[in-house]
Design a protein around this ligand. Sequence first.
Ligand code: SAM
Length: 230
Amino acid sequence: MPDRTDPVEQLIRSWNANAVAWTRTVRSGGIASRKAATDAAIVSAIVGRRPRRVLDIGCGEGWLVRRLTQEPGCATVGLDGCASLIAAARASDPGGDYRDLTYAEFIANPDAVVAGVDVAVFNYALLESRAVDLLSSAASRLAPGGVVIVQTLHPWASAGSSYRDGWRTEDFSAFASSDEAWAPMPWYFRTLESWLALIRDAGLALETLREPAGDNGAPLSLLMVAARTA
Ligand SMILES: C[S@@+](CC[C@H](N)C(=O)[O-])C[C@H]1O[C@@H](n2cnc3c(N)ncnc32)[C@H](O)[C@@H]1O
């Protein structure tokens, strides 16, 4: 029986409720920071490594997987726990490889997903409080020399009134399509120190930290590239 007060359960429920609005918003360019810098930043961070295999974890409606199919010799697998988003991804890319899998299912059986990937990417998809098992499962899929890439809200721009780890609620009101009927989404805020500790605890070492920015230089996201330590 799911615990309806558990933020992780609420998080998954919110994606099922928001799948149509999310797909419309992403595909119509309704998230200003993505258009301004962060889509290009994640694509460049991945493509710059000339990967042959990529695993997009929490791929949503699949825009990044579709974008990477334009790169010669790059095969990408997308996984997401929201069946409606996976259905939207498959409908737009019938030849694509999309797996309907929750993070808990992935952690329980990482072998269900392709191994030997050059990049495992989380683009705004690490939203839970306990993320170390998820990151280390992602790391377990890497080929030698592979990296995990995480793009997330910049902690200094998204802290709100308290710069402390903790659950927050996204109401999506900043999106161009804020008139859609959005279900609030719980997400777990981490300070910069906590992000770096999480990466270390997952057996990874930070290679690069970038702060994709808008015209005025204010950071629009935090983008971390990390490799396995052993
Ligand atoms: C903010 S969206 C980002 C989607 C995509 N990466 C993008 O760049 O548009 C977060 C995604 O994480 C997925 N997600 C969140 N929690 C999950 C979980 N526990 N298991 C599987 N997917 C999850 C959601 O379904 C959603 O597609």
